[in-house]
Design a protein around this ligand. Sequence first.
Ligand SMILES: [Fe+2]
Ligand SMILES: [Fe+2]
Length: 359
Amino acid sequence: MSTYVQAIESQQQANEKAKQSTVLSPRFYTTDFNAMDRISVEAFRSEWDVMMREYEGDNNHDHFQRDEKFGPEAEAAMANLSPEMRQEFIDFLVGSLTSEFSGCILYNEIRKHVDNPDIKQLMTFMARDESRHAGFINQSLRDFNLGIDLGDLKRTKKYTFFKPKYIYYATYLSEKIGYARYITIFRQLEKHPEKRFHPIFRWFERWCNDEFRHGESFALIMRSNPSLLRGLNVWWIRFFLLAVYATMYVRDHTRPMLHEAMGLDSTAYDFQVFRVTNEITKQVFPVALDIENPAFKAGLDRLFEISQANDRAKEQGGLMGKLTQAVCGIKAVAAFTSLFFMPVLKQNISPEVRLAPTW
Ligand SMILES: [Fe+2]
Ligand SMILES: [Fe+2]
């Protein structure tokens, strides 16, 4: 089994990786703050207030601190990792940190630019959580002498503008899929503690409850504004579902050893995450992707193959390399389009919006 991740050997390379702006790398977002100011959550006021009290209670305020066992455990872990495995794990940490920090920046910017008290309060709490998450991962990267300069990242990484509704669809999904990813790993390592090759995984259970709650917040915002979930917007929901699922699938398949070390296989892991996420989205989305249709997996595998061919062409360089990359781009759009037009599953939105993280 070979690894496909780009090598990160120095702090400079780690920082460059975090700044990278490709189709697959986690992005930083900005949005229309005035439009966000006008959003109302009155339709679900009582649910909203209960959720705000949960944030205020801050049950994870003492969670993101490393205990005394962490140091020796992390050191032993690092000594045991093969060079390829080490690369995949670092790739995982840098990618996760960039996503966590992306949330932190977006929520903080919204907080600063809106007057709407509900949105301001929510963004304050979520930025607090994401900043803890990003900082906690960065501590583990520092153990490898690969700490990311978050201030510099914030100043220099490219920002993508998303209309508020795209922020709701995309962020809702990344929070819920983030929950599903962390809890699936946590449950697996709970069953197989001998496969827990790094102590950071011990933190995932309480951590993912934060992500779950962040997703709940966006679910309440969308349910309070039901036009976001009807008509042409359903096509946008389909688009974001596919973009988020496909990106995760391709990215995870570049790190086969990481999952194997946990006793998981990238495909089985991703499909478990899809199943959990599909189940959760019944709280808000009227459609779900038909993940059990064999054509769905075939399409994702095709996207992964194209992405691999594209990476090889990039390495090859020169005119041929450039041409091959262009062809890969066209093939990827075609593969994505045929996945996009696959029939979806209609689902009845559950009457209750709030869900408990019971996976
Ligand atoms: Fe987070
Ligand atoms: Fe989050």
